[in-house]
Ligand binder design. Structure first.
Ligand code: HEC
Length: 202
């Protein structure tokens, strides 16, 4: 009984200390989607570059893997906030982040490695339409204050299209089109054979 009471105590202490650091432990409404960004409060540092990498097209209701990458600036610790403009799309937090409401944000101070900080997340596409992902990334100097830091924002448009049909191989990707062609040929031959067989039976 004593042990479990102790555990409860430790857990509540953690919860209290987390809420005391409300900003460094995560913040929403600052992705740039509604105008506000981290720079409302953070200033003084040089701006980082922020990008979201991941698929620009998703099949209906498919889950895509994305990464928000922050490079440069004070580059000691950082955080982020991601939101989408489509209520039917669902964001899922990856390591180092959490979901608050419909948005994603860091869950504590995250350290840069080799001048960059990455946050993985996923997006579950709606049944149709498109989704605009808004991301803000803050590059901070770890002085436990909002000075000497700066954020930047980015967006990525994701189109929902296709379905079970695989997308055409991209010509720019070189050799892919040749190899991509053969399964289609096999498929066409199989279809032709089936049609012939059916005709014979009928
Ligand atoms: C309303 C004002 C405000 C906004 C908006 C804000 N912050 Fe902060 N932030 C603070 C304050 C105050 C601190 C210092 C206290 C603390 O650590 O929570 C801080 C600290 C931080 C730190 C640690 C900074 C350091 O040098 O130690 C990070 C990282 C951070 N915020 C990330 C963000 C991100 C990412 C956003 C935007 C998505 C954001 N903040 C938006 C007020 C804000």
């Amino acid at each position: 009984m004593r042990a479990s009471l102790g555990t409860v105590g430790v857990i509540s202490a953690c919860l209290i200390s987390t809420s005391a650091l409300a900003n460094s432990s995560g913040i929403t409404g600052q992705s740039g989607k509604d105008g506000a960004t981290c720079n409302t409060c953070h200033s003084g540092g040089s701006a980082p570059t922020v990008e979201i990498s991941g698929p620009a097209t998703l099949a209906p209701s498919a889950t895509g893997q994305y990464t928000l990458i922050i490079k440069g600036g004070a580059a000691n610790v950082g955080g982020m906030n991601i939101a989408v403009d489509n209520a039917a799309a669902v964001l899922q937090a990856g390591e180092g982040s959490q979901k608050i409401g419909k948005e994603i944000t860091h869950n504590g101070l995250k350290s840069f490695t080799n001048g960059e900080l990455r946050f993985d997340f996923s997006l579950v596409a709606p049944a149709s339409g498109s989704v605009k992902i808004f991301g803000a990334g803050n590059s901070a100097n770890k002085n436990y204050d909002s000075s000497g830091d700066r954020s930047a924002t980015t967006t990525l448009n994701v189109t929902v299209s296709g379905g079970t049909t695989p997308t055409e191989p991209d010509d720019e990707k070189g050799g892919c089109s040749a190899t991509g062609g053969s399964p289609m040929l096999v498929f066409a031959l199989a279809a032709a054979t089936l049609t012939r067989l059916r005709r014979r039976q009928g």
